[in-house]
Design a protein around this ligand. Sequence first.
Ligand code: HEM
Length: 365
Amino acid sequence: MEKEKPRGPLYYADYLQLDRLLSCQRMESALHGRPAHDEMLFIIVHQAYELWFKQILWELDAVLATFRGPSVREEDLGQAVLYLGRIVEIQRVLIQQVDVLETMTPLDFLDFRDYLIPASGFQSVQFRLIENKLGMRRRDRLQLNDAPYTSRFSPEDAARVEASEKESSLFDLIQGWLERTPFLNFGDFDFWREYAQAVDAMLAADRASIRGNPTLTDDEKATQLKGVEAMVGKFADLFQAEAGEPEASSGRHFSRRALQAALLINLYRDEPILHLPFQLLAILADIERNFTTWRQRHAQMAMRMIGTRIGTGGTSGHEYLDRAAERHRVFSDLSALSSFFIPRSALPRLPADVRNRMGFRFQAP
Ligand code: HEM
């Protein structure tokens, strides 16, 4: 193999390839002979987004690799939590970056908007890869004039995005990991029966407090009691022993077994062995929330910039983005998990041998 030539001391601009990076801003308005000052900001903000998307994919791929194996080692779980936590911080930057772009006024945007047609953020491959790697399924996406969401891509980009749909997503892998959790079976101790009893007591107290509330009208009481009965149904569904997906309206949902494991991890998060799994689930819920917040912020920005016009990519614009923010969710089960919580004081106490098996306890010699 040819030996690498000796190089001089590493130079900042060479290391970062700044000559290439900083010559990638080509204004369409200038090419059309009508340079619009704010187009530079528009390009740089989009490029900054794409760089951060690249970093998110980098972290996501490392986390996916950790969960792809037959089991996940404790050390690797810690690393995965760090990488996912990094994604959360990047998302915060991405949400804030909308403010920078909004220093451009709608009239200034109109100076160059028409030159952009039919290009649109809708064609961001990296954005779609992030969605798919997290676990968004094609069938859960909003339909766009009967055309698949990949129809606006070049054939190579469409192939890349379609390939990502076929890999196991983070949702699939986390679901598998939750289903494998050993703490669902406690030997003779029937956790779920004890938990169901505690839930019954809690819901009975809820009913009594609604009925005895002097500030509520009879109609209000009836509505609130209906809410309690809906919860009874949800609990009954969760407690069913068989595997499979619980009844749900639409979107992605964990299997019953995975949901039970996620609940258990949340309820008994004070057990040392459940600390990291608890953090992991909390961070996934943060990622989901941040994604939705970005979608909502972006939809508001689109409304401010273009009102109710269609987007440069040809969707209904703000209306499409608003509905996507509502519907395009993957880990919403984790945010909704708190519906199944009961107060700590009512939690069934785990038998000593179960706690011993779960804890990292120092054994005195
Ligand atoms: C003036 C600022 C912006 C406006 C008015 C705007 C408008 C829109 C509109 C109307 C759509 C729907 C698709 C279409 O018909 O074109 C869209 C999609 C999208 N835009 Fe923007 N956008 C802006 C800035 C950005 C920025 C800075 C990014 C960062 C990468 C971005 C990323 C996206 C993505 C990823 C989608 C697809 C969303 C989805 O399908 O859920 N946009 N945008």
